[in-house]
Write a protein that binds this ligand. Structure first.
Ligand code: AKG
Length: 309
C-alpha cells in the first residue's frame, strides 16, 4: 500500500543475495560479515583509484596533486582517510551503487522496521588508507554524526586488505544498537592509539569482539552499533572503502543549517541505490568538487616502519 501522491523516483532493481538467517543476524547483532563479495579484479580497481585520487587525477578542492616522481607508497603514506571520494571519482561512485552490496542493503538497512520496501540511499563515502603506525578510531556510533529518523543508518565496509587485529581491524559490541541509545562522548586522552575524534563511553567494553576479515569481505553495521578500530601495528596498509546509507523513506537531518527545524531538515546530496526514492520530487543536490583529507601522522614511527602497499 502506498498512499503518497507524489511520484517516487524510478525503481532500481537489485538482487537479494543473502539468506533470511543472515538478515536476522543483522537485526539482532547490529552487524553482518559477508565474505568473498568483491573479487580481486574489483579490489585492484579500487586500489588503483585510490592512488589516482591521491595523485590528483580528479581535479578538486582538498587534494594537492603529488609530484609525478613520488612513489605510490609516498603518495599514500600521509593519508589516514579521504572523505567523500565518490563526489569526485566515478569509480568510487560505481562501488557506491555496486549491485550485490546494494542488494544486501535492500534486505537489511531498515529490516528492523515493521514496514519497509527495501529502498535505500547513500549520503557518504570514506576511503581509509590507514598506513602502518597510523591511529584507529575510538569507540563511537555513526548516528552521532549522521542521524537518520528511523535508526536505519548503515555502513558498508569493503575490506581491500586483510584486516587483522595487528593492522587495526574493526571491533564491535554485538547487540549494542538494539535500544537505539546514544552514548555520551569525551576526549579519549590516547592520541597514540586513536585519532582526534572523541570516544563514546558508559558501557562494558569487555563485550567487544574483533572482526578480522579477508580482503574482498563486506562488513555491514548499523549506525547505533558501538565500534572502534585500533592503531595499525602491522606492516601493511589497511585499506577500506566504507560507504554510508539509510532507508530512503527517512529524512536526513544531517548538518542542520541555521533556521532549519530538525523535523523537516533533509540533506539531498544523496544517491538512491535500491528501490524508489519517495522524495525524488525534491530533486538532488550536486556534490561539490571537493574531498576532505584526514592526515593523522604517526610521527617518527612512519620514518622507520617498513611499509608495503
Ligand atoms: O575502519 C575504521 O577504522 C573505522 C571505520 C568507522 O569507524 C566507520 O566507518 O564508522
Amino acid at each position: 500500500m502506498n498512499l503518497t501522491l507524489e511520484p517516487p523516483g524510478p525503481a532500481i532493481e537489485v538482487p537479494k543475495p543473502i539468506r533470511d538467517d543472515q538478515v536476522h543476524f543483522f537485526i539482532e547483532q547490529g552487524y553482518l560479515v559477508v565474505p568473498d563479495l568483491i573479487p580481486e579484479a574489483e579490489q585492484a580497481e579500487l586500489k588503483t583509484d585510490l592512488i589516482d585520487i591521491a595523485r590528483g587525477k580528479y581535479p578538486c578542492e582538498g587534494i594537492t596533486p603529488a609530484s609525478s616522481d613520488a612513489t605510490d607508497e609516498a603518495v599514500l603514506r600521509q593519508i589516514l582517510c579521504i572523505h567523500q571520494p565518490h563526489f569526485i571519482s566515478p569509480v568510487i561512485e560505481k562501488y557506491v551503487r555496486h549491485p550485490l552490496i546494494c542488494g544486501i542493503l535492500s534486505q537489511i538497512t531498515a529490516a528492523h522496521l515493521p514496514f519497509w520496501d527495501g529502498s535505500v540511499k547513500c549520503m557518504q563515502s570514506m576511503y581509509f588508507v590507514k598506513p602502518p603506525g597510523f591511529q584507529g578510531q575510538a569507540w563511537h556510533q555513526d548516528e552521532i554524526y549522521i542521524p537518520s529518523r528511523d535508526r536505519s543508518l548503515i555502513g558498508a565496509w569493503i575490506a581491500l586488505d586483510d584486516a587483522t587485529i595487528e593492522n587495526g581491524c574493526l571491533w564491535v559490541i554485538p547487540g549494542s544498537h538494539r535500544m537505539g541509545y546514544l552514548y555520551r562522548q569525551r576526549e579519549h586522552g590516547n592520541p597514540d592509539e586513536f585519532d582526534f575524534a572523541p570516544e563514546s563511553y558508559g558501557f562494558d567494553e569487555s563485550l567487544e569482539v574483533p572482526v578480522e576479515v579477508k580482503a574482498g569481505t563486506l562488513v555491514f553495521f548499523n549506525g547505533y552499533l558501538l565500534h572502534r578500530s585500533r592503531k595499525n601495528r602491522g606492516n601493511i596498509y589497511r585499506r577500506v572503502l566504507v560507504n554510508h546509507y539509510c532507508n530512503a523513506w527517512s529524512l536526513l537531518p544531517w548538518s542542520i543549517k541555521e533556521g532549519e527545524r530538525v523535523a523537516n531538515a533533509d540533506r539531498r546530496c544523496v544517491i538512491p541505490v535500491s528501490g524508489a526514492d519517495p522524495y525524488a520530487w525534491k530533486g538532488y543536490d550536486t556534490p561539490p568538487r571537493s574531498v576532505w583529507l584526514r592526515n593523522c601522522k604517526a610521527g617518527d614511527e612512519l620514518k622507520t616502519t617498513t611499509q608495503k602497499v
